[in-house]
Design a protein around this ligand. Structure first.
Ligand code: GDP
Length: 330
């Protein structure tokens, strides 16, 4: 594959080239990894930035309906929108909830849109890296907004928040009991809480839910990256397409404030540092997982268990071996 040519096509906004490049970054073959790294280096020079928006919500809350309505609205305003997904279930089962191509079919037909399901990988770390690289590719291809969708379960929100400029939490209208069902940690990540399905019979419940969440947000510790009034809770209806323009206004206002106050650049720098550390940690874990190293761990572990070697001593031996294998000066 001619990486220079592929890079040029991406910079011209060619969606087929973008698809091919994402397939390349998803590959685990060593030669593909090397090509992917070269491609990402080339594209980074262009320095293009999109607004990266993370979106989380439990299945059925209306994520795909929202993304479609919201995406169509943005496209109507002349913006280009890419949609990526981090789906931990695809990591486990190989079948992706977020991979269904029939979802968002209006958006999928738009020339200004690009939709890519979650990569199927064996662990969340792998999915995270591929998605992060896919975000960079979409930015290079000139998308104005990259939406990164995830199902609201555990760790995947952190992964998405660490690659987003804004984090949206989509919720359904619900009774007060369910408010407590949203984990505090996830509430703390949100820049905007959107209470979806604020239409028809659900509207009064949505109104109550929205004010409950607004109240809960006010109780959270103030974050330095927020202007007065943020994080906010708003009502939307993805089906009736109401509240979407207001949500976009709020997202833009928040982004502008963060840019001017220097938080945007700082957040991206912190994220780059976070991913660097993640890469190192994962590479070390991968090294530990080779057959040879696992066998040595086993042997040293047996030794420790039998009392022949102190745990710290055995650890020293293991680390010395790893350093030797990695040829890094201690
Ligand atoms: P996802 O699993 O989070 O992607 O949710 P979907 O977008 O597939 O929506 C789940 C269900 O909720 C579908 O039956 C949608 O038609 C419905 N739904 C989504 N958004 C709205 C909305 O704004 N109002 C109402 N009344 N129903 C909605």
């Amino acid at each position: 594959m001619d990486i220079a040519e592929l890079g040029d096509s991406i910079l011209k906004g060619d969606r087929r080239a973008l698809s091919r490049a994402i397939t390349l970054v998803e590959s685990r073959r060593a030669d593909h990894r090397a090509q992917a790294a070269e491609l990402l280096d080339r594209l980074a020079v262009a320095g293009r930035q999109a607004l990266r928006v993370g979106l989380s919500g439990t299945p059925g809350v209306g994520k795909s309906t929202f993304i479609e309505s919201f995406g169509m609205m943005l496209i109507g305003r002349g913006l280009r929108v890419a949609v990526l997904a981090v789906d931990p279930s695809s990591a486990r089962s190989g079948g992706s909830i977020l991979g269904d191509k029939t979802r968002m079919d209006r958006l999928a037909r738009e020339r200004s849109a690009f939709i890519r399901p979650s990569p199927s990988q064996s662990h969340l770390g792998g999915v995270a890296r591929r998605t992060r690289e896919a975000v960079a590719l979409c930015e290079a291809a000139g998308f104005d907004l990259v939406l990164i969708e995830t199902v609201g379960v555990g760790q995947s929100e952190t992964v998405v928040a660490e690659m987003s400029d804004l984090f949206l939490l989509l919720l359904a209208p619900a009774g007060g009991d369910e408010l407590q069902g949203v984990k505090r940690g996830i509430m703390e990540m949100a820049d905007l809480i959107l209470v979806n399905k604020a239409d028809g019979d659900l509207k009064p419940v949505a109104t109550r839910t929205c004010s409950d969440y607004a109240g809960a947000l006010r109780l959270l510790r103030k974050r330095p990256q927020d202007p007065e009034g943020f994080p906010k809770a708003l009502m939307v209806s993805a089906v009736e397409e109401t509240g979407l323009a207001k949500a976009w206004d709020e997202m833009q206002a928040l982004t502008e404030w963060r840019r001017e106050a220097g938080h945007w650049d700082r957040a991206r720098a912190d994220q780059a540092r976070y991913w660097f550390r993640q890469e190192v940690e994962q590479a070390l874990l991968a090294q530990l997982g080779t057959a040879e190293n696992r066998a040595l761990m086993q042997r040293l572990g047996d030794n420790v268990a039998e009392g022949g070697l102190a745990p710290a001593r055995a650890a020293e031996e293991m680390l010395a071996h790893l350093r030797g294998a990695a040829r890094i000066a201690p």
